[in-house]
Design a protein around this ligand. Structure first.
Ligand code: SAH
Length: 420
């Protein structure tokens, strides 16, 4: 505390202003005995936890969240259209969720990638902002070379889109900023967003990035997600350590990532990639050519289960199989059938592996726990009559951190296994 009377006065005035700003906010009262997760910094307040709302907040408005006895918990943004009725951002009563707050959170997120993870090379790509994990629930920002791709998954941040775009422009001077919206989010959050260019110039299609010496052409506007699966970067690289001389089956290959890594960096003998998306396979083929390995990479359009059946009927064997299926469980009720699906898929993959073959098997179903996924792998190994050793238990690359306060954030598991 300052000794100088005028400074004391200023501090008191600021504190009083902050108090009155807080007092002016609509209030969301949490039900009795339901407040612990929010004191523990879980950022999602579902409708079921709310006793009542005082003050009629507009969609996207800042609110304060309090216990049933009126004790302050956090400040958040309100959405009457979403099951996640409030997203929490600030656990300090005197810290508003305003432009300064957004700017500071962005700075912290950018500093991690720039200073700690060293991901600023001009030809590289990385996730700059990872929603809850960076304290910005509902905002994802990926950088692809000179372009930024935004995903807005909350109404309130979508409403603040212009501020976010301006801040990103000031901080990063990108060539252009694009918006991509995940399927289903418009309905879940009541969003009215149209994908496309928000700022600057459109990227060429394809535009190119490089990852550990592998070059990829991407389509940022039409490709899946924001154009590429950046979260698997380190897993693709880790796989290459095991693939010398092997023939690889890359299932759910998208634009060819795991197979290309095995060919370019891992000395693999050849790759068969399969995916259900024709558009993805076109890019995969072009990527194989771009990297000078097209003569030993073949791509096939088809459902992964059918491709596995056919290969088994033909008696084919592979030294390594990669399984990177899309999310299998979107709701808790879908977890048992997802686990069955994982067990079947992994069994079929193991049946194609030569003795001591390498299996890379992934789950991006956040609702499926590691323990359950490992149990599905165990079942698959028994059914296939094989022994399975887990060599590496991996998650997403570090530019996709997970918030310790939000377990739903931990969505990607990747196991590298040896199958005897
Ligand atoms: N391994 C990829 C990412 C895979 S994402 C990488 O490193 O970039 C999952 C992929 O599964 C998508 O490309 C999608 O088109 C594909 N897919 C979805 N359902 C499928 C199915 N039933 N059979 C084959 N591919 C499928």
């Amino acid at each position: 505390m300052s000794e100088n009377p005028s400074e004391v006065e200023t501090e008191t005035t600021i504190a009083a202003d902050a108090d009155s700003a807080l007092a002016a906010l609509p209030v969301v009262v949490i039900k009795k005995r339901r407040a612990l997760p929010f004191f523990s910094r879980h950022p999602w307040v579902f409708t079921g936890a709310i006793a009542r709302v005082e003050g009629d907040p507009a969609a996207g408005a800042e609110v304060q969240v309090v216990t049933d006895r009126g004790e302050f918990i956090a400040r958040g943004l309100f959405n009457p259209h979403s099951n996640i009725r409030v997203r929490l951002y600030s656990w300090r009563a005197d810290c508003a969720v305003d432009e300064t707050f957004l700017s500071e959170r962005l700075d912290a997120a950018l500093a991690l990638r720039r200073d700690v993870l060293d991901r600023n090379q001009p030809e590289s790509a990385c996730r700059l902002v990872a929603s809850e994990a960076d304290g910005l629930s509902g905002l994802t920002v990926d950088r692809y070379g000179k372009w930024l791709v935004l995903q807005l998954t909350s109404f309130a941040l979508a409403e603040r889109r212009d501020v976010i775009v301006r801040l990103l422009k000031e901080k990063l001077s990108p060539a252009g900023i694009l918006l991509r919206t995940e399927k289903g989010i418009r309905d879940a959050e009541g969003l009215q967003l149209s994908d496309g260019l928000l700022e600057g110039e459109a990227p060429p299609s394809p535009m190119f990035i490089e990852e550990f010496g592998v070059r990829y052409g991407l389509d940022l506007l039409q490709g899946q997600k924001t154009g590429f699966y950046l979260d698997q970067r380190d897993n693709r690289a880790a796989f290459a350590k095991y693939t010398a001389g092997l023939t690889v089956l890359d299932l759910f290959c998208y634009t060819g990532g795991f197979g290309l890594s095995a060919m370019v960096n891992g000395g693999a003998r050849g790759v068969l990639g399969a995916d259900a998306s024709e558009a993805a396979l076109k890019i995969a083929q072009a990527n194989a050519e771009l990297n000078g390995v097209a003569d030993r990479m073949t791509f096939e359009k088809g459902d992964a289960f059918r491709v596995l059946d056919r290969l088994r009927e033909e008696g084919q064997q592979f030294g390594a199989v990669v399984l990177d299926p899309p999310k299998m469980a979107r709701h808790r009720s879908a977890v048992p059938s997802a686990l069955k699906g994982y067990a079947q898929l992994n069994r079929a993959a193991m049946e194609l592996l030569s003795p001591n073959g390498i299996l890379v098997t992934c789950s991006c179903s956040g609702l499926v726990s590691r323990a359950d996924f490992e149990a599905a792998l165990a079942k698959a190994a028994i059914d296939a009559g094989r022994n399975l050793q887990i060599l590496e238990t991996r998650g997403p690359a570090a530019d996709h951190p997970a918030s310790v306060f939000c377990p739903e954030n931990h969505y990607l598991d990747c196991y590298i296994c040896r199958v005897e």
